[in-house]
Design a protein around this ligand. Structure first.
Ligand code: PNS
Length: 166
């Protein structure tokens, strides 16, 4: 039994993230997607909303489950009994950043090794920042977010966006 842990901010989850999750599910017996907190970021969606959007995005995928955790990835790694951390990279900047995180995680938990999967070319320009910009402008996020996630995110921006200046 092999278990992969895919951590991320997922603010919101994109079709690029889903592609990486699917490919990890083809490589490992079980995939745990972990919605976590990156201290460097302020989020448009709170943790429960981000987790709910991930659940919507992976609802049809067998052997994939979702957790939300506000602690350290190296601790969650042991708690869920993971064998490997998987992250997707689109370009050299992503790769350099992920290698730093992988190194930090490995230093703090020698069992926690990271495998970086190269994103397919189709997803090179797909990112959560662009999705949030379009949502803020009330524009379509087709092709960026899975349809159920797009509907959830648009609803949240419509109902709260103007009031909270999201
Ligand atoms: O999608 P992101 O923002 O690249 O994901 C980064 C994330 C959330 C995986 C990373 O910040 C993380 O592992 N957060 C959990 C807290 C932690 O372990 N921090 C130290 C890792 S450098």
């Amino acid at each position: 039994m092999s278990r992969a842990l895919i951590p991320g901010s997922f603010d919101p989850i994109t079709v690029g993230h889903v592609d990486i999750i699917k490919r990890a599910a083809a490589l490992y017996d079980e995939v745990v997607v972990a919605v976590m907190i990156n201290d460097q970021k302020t989020y448009a969606f709170d943790m429960e909303e981000r987790a709910e959007m991930v659940r919507l995005a992976v609802a049809e995928l067998p052997r994939v489950r979702v957790v939300a955790d506000d602690g350290l990835l190296v601790d969650l790694f042991d708690r869920v009994g993971a064998d490997v951390i998987v992250k997707g990279v689109r370009n050299e900047a992503d790769r350099a950043y992920e290698e730093q995180m992988a190194s930090w995680n490995h230093t703090h938990n020698p069992r926690a090794l990271t495998v970086l999967l190269q994103a397919a070319d189709d997803f090179e320009s797909v990112n959560s920042t662009r999705a949030r910009e379009l949502l803020r402008e009330g524009k379509s996020v087709d092709g960026l977010l899975p349809p159920a996630v797009a509907a959830y995110a648009a609803r949240k921006f419509r109902t709260e966006g103007q009031n909270e200046g999201l």
